[in-house]
Design a protein around this ligand. Sequence first.
Ligand code: BTN
Length: 330
Amino acid sequence: MNRSSSHQLAENLLRFLRENTDCYYTPESLAAKFSVSINDISTAITVAESWGYRFSYSGLKIRIQECPDLLTDTELQYGLSTKYIGQVIHAYRKVKSTNDIARELAEGGAGEGTIVTAEEQTQGRGRLGRQWHSPSGKGVYLSMILRPVFPPEQAPGISLLTALALADTISSCCPGLVQIKWPNDVLVNGKKTAGILTELSADKTTINYLIVGVGVNINHTTGDFPPEIQQIATSVAIAAGYPIRRVPLVQGFLAAFERMYEQYCRSGLQGFLSQLRSYSSLLGKEVTLNKGNKTLTGIARDIDPSGALVVACDNRLITVTSGEVTVVKN
Ligand code: BTN
């Protein structure tokens, strides 16, 4: 049996054993089930152990004991409750950027909901040309391919929606500590924990595809961040005070996102405004923003139904649709 078929057998075996964790199986019965030899089964088990799976034995019989917290196809699909978001998964150990791979897949015709995950990114990209530090096994680095039928003007709302799905998901680990810094940073205890990079391919009236790239700091310690962002970045584990399993968190996010995305396609942001306002870290605060080549200061007043930030500056209300907004006073 060559390497790729023993990997395939390991995946099939894991899928089967995951579904049946309360029974022990003899190597003979597994060999018969998968129409392979007993030797092939033992090779597949060695492969699975090298991926971090642990088995328990009763005599020669075997069952699964522990699954690794890896963002692989096998782990993410087991227990995923979505209809199409994440039903096709391209999982990598190390890539330059999951957004780049997602774009190539989208160009090649990959369907709506296809996701790309990686354990590590060597050239993770953030907004405004920044880097997204993506150390191995610590975070979630994930890109989703969407093919909405709404017009390109509605694309920016998807970033807000993604931030909302992330905020709800992260709140399950650290309730009451999560905020959204418009347009799409997720903060925990006032420090950045997640960011979203949405990239659009469209002509004037039609979206070809949207790539929604999501980066979440999950199990980082402060020392895992580069010194220049240690004061402004945090992770879910730092805030929660315990290590976080990434797989259920990602599954929860994908399910929350799918629900919200369907509602957004039907009726836009309207139904999300009150949640967006209550998560907002900016509303009521004095902020600065760049408009054209000017820097303006004002009070952030609202998020409007198009997702824009409304800022009161010199007795005028300014609608901000993109860019960086910074709080000047708390
Ligand atoms: C930001 O806050 O500036 C956005 C960060 C987005 C990072 C994610 S990680 C997965 C995807 N791949 C990338 O290269 N970037 C996004």
